[in-house]
Design a protein around this ligand. Sequence first.
Ligand code: FAD
Length: 594
Amino acid sequence: MMNYFIGFCKKFPLLLSILTSINAITPDGSPPLKNLLKAHAAETKCTSKSYDYIIAGGGLAGCVLAERLTSDGKSKVLMLEAGRSDYNTLFIRIPAGILRLFRSVYDWQYETSGEEDCEGRNIYLQRGMVLGGSSCTNVLLYHRGSAMDYDSWKVPGWTSSDVLPFFKLSEDDKIGKSSDYHSKGGEWTVDQVRYQNPLSKAFLTVAHDEWGLPYNDDFNNWSRSQEGIGRYDVNEKNGERVSGASGFLSKAIKRKNLTVRSGAMVRKIEFDKSKTAKSITYDLMGDDTGDTFSAKLADGGEVIVTGGAIASPQILMCSGIGPRKELESLGINVIADLDGVGQNLQDHPAAVVSFTTPKKGVSVTSKLRIFGLSNPFPLLRWLLFKTGLLTSTGCDHGAFIKVGENVEQPNLQLRFLAAKALTPDGMTTFTKFRTAKTLEDGYSFQSIAVRSKNRGEVKLASSNTHTKPIIDLKYLHDRDDLITLREGIKLTRKLGRSSKWNEYLGEEVFPGPEVNSDEEIEDYIRRSVHTSNALTGTCKMGLGDDCVVTPDLKVRGVQGVRVADSSILPQIIGGQTATPTVMIAEKAAAFLKA
Ligand SMILES: Cc1cc2nc3c(=O)[nH]c(=O)nc-3n(C[C@H](O)[C@H](O)[C@H](O)COP(=O)(O)OP(=O)(O)OC[C@H]3O[C@@H](n4cnc5c(N)ncnc54)[C@H](O)[C@@H]3O)c2cc1C
């Protein structure tokens, strides 16, 4: 009966979309591999050719590169992606669909391993496992950081004036911002969210009045300070998510010179005696035959590693590029002894303050429920008009603020949410929104240490890329991050308690009135700190001995391998990291085509 019903629904995709959404059925969990014989035949065909470029990881950077490197119609490119192919599924296209993507089949669901300064907690890290990677599962904010971020790297060719043209290359600004810093016509569309909750509007006024901070209508305009309060721009086009896959890959996917294999787990890069890359070994997700495949490079061809900040160092280490001792202890043949691989892991740690509000039905979360079930009207509105609250991932209003003495750049980013948190850990709250039947009204502030000083590491647990690596973010190890978050909590709880909220003013739920002294707030942060999803830095770019790649993104000590994704950032920028990743991939494509 159920199969008959599902079959019926499949004939009517719109009906299926609506039903899956309102009945909280998670996206189709079937593994990518459906027919082993067919899949093996496809791989045999794919591995019978050789390629000018093999892209290892079909995430955000991979998709940009796949488009740029095949645009000449000549260069033969293979892209291998371990995750799924259905980047166009409804939950990914709808910005608010992100609530269904946490801890789903589109998520690698990494965890850190017992954070020492956070009471030994294993902290959840979401990462996209689908063509488009984390750009399919992120919250869409368009930030570049500041000019000073890039200038402080001191890497030749990567100053703010060097990178600005590459930001502009892919941008399609729909808002009409200064052409000195923005451009139109690219694949990476930038717009404002088509929905503003009354609480979010109130936030802009209350925060402006309380803090006296200026309004900022463009956090990416490098002619002025990043400080201020405002709406964050987003990667949306007509109310729909723009991901690496929908923006870039969709343009290239029909080109004859591009081959894309999803469900294809890169195991390692193979080298000849002169340490020149020759091929990539991969296998298929869900295939327990143990068969592997070898994709060959044409003479002079290159591998571009784009697995993101966790998987790129993992792929390098499994290929024999990394710290000798660590590799040898796992029986991996060392090709290049590079201590920096997997080091320098960075992120923006976050902490939450949350309030109830007496105003019933105002929060985005309560608008998503009707009689304890999913409310179909926002979905219908999105399907028909691409407007309404589903065009928002929920955190597109906020501020950049300097806290503490002698601070050159804003060290605190705030994200305002027109929703009451369900737990003090923002990532767990996002996961729980999906299943909670009743969602009480409220408002929340997420404080983010946006120029974090922590440095963690990614280490191998096995020589097999199917085994997740050991991740230690060393959150809060640097006391400055703890202090930034503590001051963020003090600022936002004071803001949340302001009488200027008028009819919205509610009561604090997290941290709660019993948490008062600095020590108590710090303790609350240790118990609840979570990622704000800016993992970077593990294949550091630069000139020093600790660097993994040179300024033209070549892996040191071998030939024919580059890394071109979020892992190459030497130092985290003060903003979210998708747009800098697009810029990095644009620069990589220019190097490769030069
Ligand atoms: C929940 C969340 C919210 C975020 N919010 C924002 C935001 O609002 N704004 C913003 O700018 N940034 C945001 N980010 C960060 C941003 O999405 C990432 O910085 C960006 O996607 C990184 O791009 P990447 O190409 O380096 O990695 P990814 O996009 O993660 O791509 C890596 C790809 O490699 C694949 N892969 C991994 N291992 C292998 C293997 N062995 N073989 C084959 N393929 C493999 C993965 O499946 C994935 O597709 C967010 C991220 C998350 C997770």
